[in-house]
Design a protein around this ligand. Structure first.
Ligand code: BGC
Length: 802
């Protein structure tokens, strides 16, 4: 152990207390024994440092900080150097604000476009997500601050996010849901990691020894600390036993006492506790020693603008309507041009240092703005006056810049989307405007996939995603050609949400979320099934054209020449995909294995080399529990997006596979994935598919969500559930998600012992549950008794000063 001297001076009570936070954001300290406290803050696209009373979902405002574009936006840049630069700026700002750990990046896989938190994640592809995350982590950590990639792993829906059980087969888990984290850990060298709230195949992520010990520490060599998501520690003792270090936020003395009892009663070996303390101290001591950095707010703002600009995706440019010529007569229409939608709601919400608005900054561009109009209400209600005003303005212009997008309630932490359409009032405005002019450029702000089947009504379509506090200028830079767009989509835009295999049961409402589609996530499905999409993964246009030539496939990588054949300078994101037709396993026809963003002057050519790495040819063999290479001839494809392969070669690879899991999986082999039977999925899973075991009317359990009180036996509990629902609906109507209510709605009963700062312990939760289940007096007695016992032990810990 590295910190034997310190640890030998700590009592069991002190060691146990180090495994829980001191407050919502701080770790426990013992200054007299050389143990400082460190401060953790969200993340991921800015620093959300709360001063004064902390609450994890941001009821209390945080100190102003630069709001960079969200992860979904930055991913579209496909630019590792840019992400590292943003990470460095984030790390410096964290350091200036006295934050030691930035809770991010978030890199869960976008399993379904309707996940409410997709705006906080990078991609549907694990390789891309991992590369983006690793770059961001390197940047953050270059300032002596730790990054904390999250939420590890298979956390793909917000509904019942704290108790949902992700049922996923091992090969899919390793190839899709953990590969990104592997890259983040190995290449980013993350000093901490946050476990997901959910269970994975029956075990809470925070208690999963296979995940936290076998995979994370032993296989990937992780040497940082593991922190639970806020309120996400279920059985704290099991967590510590299996490799988790820190339970956050503070649970008062609740978690501490659980550990003390477990050691005293022989359920937890003190040696294991010492190991966890040692591992945690290694990071805490290192972080507390680094010197404070300072940042220049204006320069941070400019970097935010650059990051947003390099991430904008041009989706359509009919008749080369863009870039706008100098002095073009434009009408600026849309609520988002007045009040930008620039970040998502939830724990990542940043209080920006400044906020650019298109309507204010457009005067700095060489355009003739003939009129402005809001056009629609932010929430989806009709307003004829706004519509009429917008149409009148549209008639006077040569080109309409129509700012559309998703409002705050449409995508948020704690809330999955119910559809992917734009609000109806915006679509109506678009319809009406396209009747009076055919020169419409739609400018989109949204953190996740939207239905774009209306794009025939516009000549130009530009997607800025959620572009941070400086996004307004970034977009105008692109619209006016000051910057040639170079972003490409990091997720597929399907023709309809039902085309996405996981949509059949998304979000899962019961105990289990069945990952029946296996490896067929995002483009892996659409490409293999040869199913049409609206805009493919990796797609994005430029104001120039590129040509790809002279492919040479070498043992270590692939080489080709990229030429800018147009008349303006620009950057192209060239993508490497690999596939194998002769595989005995079911596989996606193409998988992303590398990419390069290359800047070229008009007429310029460059030789590009994309190296192969340990991920290029591997698959996960469930028989040997290891990544292996199947021998065979691989297709090596270079594309400008996943559907447009521009160069193709091949390479024979020797394999390491002696035996291969040859399962009978006809639906997977035929990519007939929308109706996989339980029997077939069970073969992939290697065990029976779990059956829902809770039904309405049944008694509620510790891990059932508070929302399920709607079906409780006790009328009191049902009344509480109704009040919760009424308040949520009210917030929804106002167009502003109430994060704390949403948190409660999805929170399981057991989290009452984790989110009340130690006021309630597990025995009291059990008493409350007895009340909920219709036994009022018995439950009340249980609760009061547990409360008294807790007060007694609290007193003895106070006497011992721990
Ligand atoms: C979120 C995390 C966040 C944490 C602290 C949780 O609800 O899932 O992403 O870091 O709160 O705010």
């Amino acid at each position: 152990m590295k910190h034997q001297t310190i640890i030998s001076q700590l009592t069991l009570e002190e060691k146990a207390s180090l495994m829980s936070g001191k407050s919502v954001w701080e770790t426990k300290d013992y200054p007299e024994k050389g143990i400082p406290s460190i401060f953790l803050s969200d993340g991921p696209h800015g620093i959300r440092k709360q001063e004064g009373a902390g609450d994890h979902l941001g009821l209390n405002a945080s100190v102003p900080a630069t709001c960079f574009p969200t992860a979904a936006t930055l991913a579209n840049s496909w630019d590792e150097a840019l992400l590292e630069e943003v990470g460095t700026a984030l790390g410096a700002e964290a350091s200036q604000l006295g934050v030691h750990v930035v809770l991010g990046p978030g890199l869960n896989i976008k399993r379904n476009p309707m996940c409410g938190r997709n705006f906080e994640y990078y991609s549907e592809d694990p390789y891309q997500a991992g590369k983006m995350a690793a770059a961001m982590i390197r940047g953050i950590q270059s300032n002596g601050v730790a990054a904390c990639p999250k939420h590890f792993a298979a956390n793909s829906q917000e509904l019942k996010r704290m108790s949902s059980d992700s049922i996923v087969d091992e090969r899919t888990f390793r190839e899709i849901y953990t590969t990104g984290f592997e890259i983040a850990v190995k290449e980013g060298k993350a000093k901490s990691i946050m476990t997901a709230y959910n269970k994975i195949n029956g075990t809470y992520a925070n208690e999963d020894g296979h995940l936290l010990r076998d995979i994370l520490r032993e296989e990937w060599g992780f040497d940082g600390f593991v922190v639970s998501d806020w309120g996400g520690s279920n059985d704290h003792v099991l967590g510590v036993q299996n490799g988790s270090h820190l339970e956050m936020p503070s649970t008062g003395t609740v978690g501490q006492k659980e550990i003390i009892n477990a050691v005293n009663f022989g359920q937890l070996d003190e040696v294991i506790l010492d190991e966890r303390v040692d591992e945690l101290l290694t990071v805490v001591l290192e972080l507390s020693k680094t010197s404070k950095k300072s940042v220049n707010t204006e320069r941070q703002h400019q970097l935010s603008q650059k990051a947003a600009r390099n991430s904008i995706v041009l989706l359509k440019n009919e008749d080369r309507i863009l870039p706008l010529a100098s002095k073009t007569k434009v009408a600026l229409i849309g609520e988002f041009a007045f009040e930008p939608r620039y970040q998502g709601a939830g724990s990542s919400f940043i209080n920006p240092t400044q906020l650019d608005k298109t309507v204010d900054v457009i005067k700095d561009y060489d355009l003739d703005v003939v009129g402005t109009a809001k056009g629609y209400e932010r929430t989806d209600v009709d307003n004829q006056a706004l519509l009429t005003e917008a149409i009148d303005v549209a008639k006077t212009a040569d080109v309409v810049l129509l700012y559309l997008g998703l409002d705050e309630i449409s995508e948020s932490e704690g809330l999955d989307r119910r559809h992917i359409s734009l609000p109806k009032n915006q679509l109506r405005l678009l319809d009406e405007i396209s009747k009076v002019t055919n020169k419409v450029i739609a400018v989109l702000s949204a953190g996740s996939v939207i239905d774009l089947n209306w794009d025939d009504r516009v000549k130009g379509l530009v997607h800025g995603y959620l572009s941070g506090q400086a996004g307004a200028r970034a977009m105008l830079d692109v619209l006016t050609g000051k910057y040639n767009p170079s972003g490409k989509l990091s997720e597929t835009y399907p023709l309809a949400i039902i085309d996405v295999p996981s949509s059949a049961d998304y979000p899962a409402e019961g105990d289990y979320s069945i990952y029946r589609e296996g490896l067929y996530v995002g483009y892996r499905y659409f490409e293999t099934a040869k199913s049409l999409v609206k805009y493919p993964y990796g797609f994005g246009l430029s104001y120039t054209d590129f040509s790809y030539n002279d492919l040479i496939v070498e043992e270590n990588g692939v080489r080709f020449t990229l030429t800018n054949t147009g008349s303006v300078a620009g950057s192209e994101v060239a993508q490497l995909y690999v596939g194998i037709d002769t595989s005995k396993l079911y596989r996606a026809s193409k998988e992303l294995k590398g990419f390069a963003k290359v800047y070229l002057e008009p007429g310029e050519s460059k030789e590009v080399f994309i190296a192969f790495d340990d991920k290029t040819f591997r698959y996960y063999n469930t028989l040997t529990s290891s990544f292996e290479v199947e021998a065979g001839t691989y297709r090596i494809m270079i594309g400008t997006n996943v559907s447009k392969i521009t160069l193709q070669g091949q390479l024979y690879k020797e394999g390491t596979t002696a035996n291969l899991p040859e399962l009978d999986l006809p639906s997977y082999a035929e990519v007939d994935i929308l109706t996989v039977s339980d029997a077939e999925f069970a073969r992939l899973l290697g065990r029976p598919v779990p059956k829902e075991n809770w039904q309405k009317g049944q008694e509620l359990r510790l891990n059932d969500a508070l929302s399920q009180m709607a079906y409780a036996k006790s009328w009191l509990a049902r009344a509480v559930a109704s009040i919760l629902r009424i308040l949520l609906n009210r917030a929804e109507k106002k167009g502003k998600p109430d994060l704390n209510l949403l948190f409660l709605y999805n929170m399981p009963f057991r989290a009452l012992a984790k989110m009340t700062g130690g006021t309630i312990n597990m025995a009291m939760v059990e008493g409350i549950l007895t009340i909920v289940n219709g036994h009022f007096f018995r439950g009340l007695g249980q609760t009061v008794k547990a409360f008294r016992q807790k007060r007694q032990t609290d007193k003895s810990l106070v006497a011992k000063k721990v």
